[in-house]
Each structure stands twice: as C-alpha cells, then as structure tokens.
Write a protein that binds this ligand. Structure first.
Ligand code: PLP
Length: 277
C-alpha cells in the first residue's frame, strides 16, 4: 500500500526551488534531479506576512515546458482542492508544504485518494509515519525554510533516525508495538515494517535551511537520501556555480577532498535575502 516507486528515482539528488523558467533551466543544467516551481521563495514568503497559497498554474506550466526533469509544486496543508488542480495540471509531484499557510489545522490531505505522488514534511517518526499512512510517497525534514540555518533539518533527521533505533531496541512484545503505534497514531504493521527495516519505507530527503555544499553533505552523512534547496541558490551572487557545487557535494557527500574543491570561491551566499515578494 505504501507508494515507494516513483520517488526512488530522485534518490541522491538535489531538488531546487525556482521561480522562473530561466532559473529552472539553470537548475536542470546544474544537475538538479527535479525543480520546485514557486511564485516566491520561502525567504520572501516568510517576510511577506501574507497568506501563501498554491502558485499560479500558468506559471508552473511555463516551468514544466522549460525543462525535462520532474517538476514539483506546493499546496497548502489539508488543501485537497489545490492538490486536485495540480494533479489536473499534471505536475510530477505535489509538496504538501508547511511553507505555505495551512488550510486545515487538523487534517492533512488524504493522499491515498490521488494518483500523483506527494512529498510531506516531518519533524519526528510519528509525523513521518502518519504522512506515509495518508499516502505520502516521499518524506522530507521540515527544517527552517528561508533561514539559511541548517540546525532544524539536522534535528529532524536525527530525531527520526534516533527514534527508529530506540524503538527497534525497546519494543519486544506485541503489546509494546500496539501501544507505540497507538501513541504515534499509525497502523501497527507500518511501525513494525519500519523498525524491522531500520528505515522509513519511502525516500527521505532533507529540506529547510540548506544553504551550502557542506550543509547538503552534512545531511547526507546523517542519513538523508537527497536534499531540497530553497532560498540559497538563486539569492547567491553566482547561482549556477552554487547549484553545481551543491549537486556535486550531494553526490560526493563522503569525500572531503571533493567537498573542499566545491566549497571554494562561491562568492556571497550567506543570507543574501531580498524582498521581491
Ligand atoms: N504541521 C502543520 C502545519 C499542521 O497544521 C499539523 C496539524 O494540523 C501538523 C503539522 C501535525 O499533524 P499530525 O499531528 O497529523 O502529524
């Protein structure tokens, strides 16, 4: 029942936020495995203080026309009609994203009702398994989008992996599994499979605050299977170079010599945020 197939193809890759077809082309050329089509990047969204909704489908369509790699787009948490619209548009993946203003503070989208694959954010194992049970094909850390601060993403991946290890050792009897599954509000079989495999049953990416090649490699070494990069790239002084460097760092995440090479001379990129939104 868990949808694992499609998102597996993104493994080891970098997914870049883009707001124009030109940026999408740069991302594709730099080796991104997918792009996230947005009207406005999280750094600007955060500052705007306005309600943030799904992007204009026309703008998403222009980005889809510009590149051959998969295109993702965001919908508000719980906004299943925005998801119906993006499914009709035939984007490749939907991100049910906390970066936008939530539409429903209680329910997430019942993603099993859709054919299109979804990615959802999670801060801990329970949240990840609830989203997977709702039909998410991919999980990402929530991080702190638009900050350039990687620490929340680090916290979330460590929490998810730590809980898997901890419960794997602690849960012995059927009643232990049932109690933990009830506490996490997930089916006991999903919890058991996850603990037996020692990993989530879907691809698990890092997102939120990834700003440098070193950040991307850090999250990969901590067990993420790919990274989302938002505000960082197209706010930097040399987006193409930084995009390539982050792709290289994600591929060669355990090779310090390579990381040294791609970390040098990237120009200005720390917190170079503007407000164009
Ligand atoms: N994140 C946001 C933005 C939410 O609105 C909610 C719940 O409404 C959650 C996370 C947590 O949902 P759950 O407890 O089902 O994981």
């Amino acid at each position: 029942k868990v949808k694992t197939g499609l998102a597996q193809m993104l493994k080891g890759g970098v997914i870049m936020d883009v707001v124009t077809p030109e940026q999408a082309i740069i991302a594709e050329r730099a080796g991104a495995c997918a792009v996230m089509a947005l009207e406005c990047i999280p750094a600007d969204m955060r500052k705007s203080g306005k309600v943030c909704r799904m992007s204009d489908p026309h703008m998403i369509k222009e980005i889809m026309a510009a590149v051959s790699i998969p295109v993702m787009a965001k919908v508000r948490i719980g906004h299943f009609v925005e998801a119906q619209i993006l499914e009709a548009l035939q984007v490749d993946y939907i991100d049910e994203s906390e970066v936008l203003t939530p539409a429903d503070w209680v329910h997430h989208i019942e993603k099993n009702n859709f054919k299109i694959p979804f990615v959802c954010g999670a801060k801990d194992l329970g949240e990840a398994l609830r989203r997977i049970n709702e039909g998410a094909a991919m999980i990402r850390t929530k991080g702190e989008a638009g900050t350039g601060d990687v620490s929340e993403a680090v916290k979330h991946i460590n929490k998810i992996r730590g809980e898997i290890q901890q419960y794997k050792e602690a849960l012995k009897e059927e009643s232990d599994f049932e109690a933990k599954a009830a506490e996490l509000r997930v089916p006991v079989e999903l919890l058991k499979t996850t603990l037996a495999n020692g990993t989530l049953p879907v691809v698990n990416f890092a997102a939120g605050g990834v700003a440098t090649p070193a950040d991307a490699a850090l999250l990969m070494q901590l067990g993420c299977e790919g990274v989302f990069v938002g505000s960082g790239i197209f706010k930097s002084s040399d987006p193409e170079k930084l995009a390539c460097a982050i792709v290289e760092a994600t591929t060669h995440y355990d090779n310090p010599a390579k990381l040294l090479q791609v970390s040098s001379d990237l120009g200005e990129f720390h917190h170079h945020w503007s407000s164009s939104c």
